[in-house]
Design a protein around this ligand. Structure first.
Ligand SMILES: Nc1ncnc2c1ncn2[C@@H]1O[C@H](COP(=O)(O)OP(=O)(O)OP(=O)(O)O)[C@@H](O)[C@H]1O
Length: 288
């Protein structure tokens, strides 16, 4: 596969529950990309993944993986996706090695040596029943399983939640290694801003079931700022790039520092100090 190949394309995806609706969602993932998915609890990240994995059925929309429609090519597509998303709980009575043998039959490209290597690397006791594993160990087991096939795409729903610090570091290393040959991609849902910062090329923000923003780190660094000013004029409320204002001390948060600087100059307002926002600060404004 070449760079810039679309590995996942979603258009107009919707899913309605009684008290929640997802979408319509448009979403694209190109080969070579790690795409972050971030949102408040209940914003719909897991629902989105579950629709993509056909654990639940969408109401409307088009889902294509690797240029093929999900509905008509489900088996082939899913055999080329590594997934972390708490699907294994129904197999709690199996040991890790029994689970591995079961999943092995599902994935033609399952790499047994890689399983052995990763089980050692993450210090997994293969004889332990899955249901008896701690929360973090379950996540590690799921993560290991997602890496065992030679998949083209990883869909990872909070792979490091509850995982110890050393294993979190190993997971990050393994994800970067996975991306080494350039034609694969990862969609990573996480609440961990360090992971988003270190791993992701672009970040989709999910808010009340809709993609409210798409960010990349360069944009954030170049455009998002907090500006301390001599006064806040009434007219600033109409400015399109203002995210937040506060009066004590007078300050403005903007997602377009250049246009705000021009505006303030016209209004003859002095800028006392300007500070770039971190990804964490930006996300706090966007997922609220
Ligand atoms: N089977 C279901 N029936 C009805 N509502 C559901 C069902 N499954 C999920 N929901 C609702 O869908 C919404 C989105 O839930 P989801 O688990 O996708 O959020 P999330 O972004 O993954 O949250 P978190 O960050 O806490 O993991 C929630 O309001 C939830 O109550």
């Amino acid at each position: 596969m070449n760079m810039n190949t679309l590995l996942l394309e979603v258009e107009g995806l919707t899913k309605e529950y009684e008290n929640y609706s997802l979408g319509p969602i448009d979403f694209k993932v190109e080969a070579g990309m790690i795409v972050g998915l971030v949102g408040a609890n209940g914003s719909g990240k897991s629902t989105f993944f579950r629709v993509l994995m056909r654990v639940i059925q969408e109401d409307k929309g088009r889902i294509e993986f690797f240029g093929k429609d999900l509905h008509t090519n489900e088996t082939e597509i899913k055999q080329n996706i590594g997934y972390v998303g708490e699907l294994l709980d129904v197999y709690e009575y199996l040991t890790i090695e029994e689970l591995a043998s079961l999943i092995y039959y599902w994935y033609p490209s399952w790499n047994k040596d890689r399983f052995e290597y990763l089980a050692k690397r993450y210090e997994i006791n293969k004889k332990e029943k899955y249901g008896k594993c701690s929360k973090g160990t379950k996540k590690k087991v799921e993560f290991i399983f997602s890496l065992c096939p030679d998949s083209w795409l990883l869909l990872l729903d909070e792979p490091t939640a509850g995982v110890d610090i050393v294993s979190q570091r190993k997971i990050k290393e393994d994800l970067m290694k996975y991306m080494d040959d350039g034609d694969k991609a990862i969609v990573l849902a996480t609440h961990n801003t360090e992971e988003l910062n270190q791993l992701c090329d672009s970040i989709y923000v999910l808010r009340h079931g809709k993609i409210s923003d798409t960010l990349n780190k360069d944009d954030i660094y170049e455009n998002w700022s907090r500006v301390w000013v001599s006064r806040i004029p009434e007219t600033i409320k109409n400015h399109i790039s203002i995210i937040n204002t506060s009066l004590t001390p007078p300050q403005i948060v903007t997602n377009n520092i250049q246009s705000v600087e021009e505006f303030l100059k016209k209004e003859e307002i002095t800028i006392n100090h300007t500070q770039r926002l971190s990804l964490e600060e930006v996300l706090e404004y966007l997922i609220e």
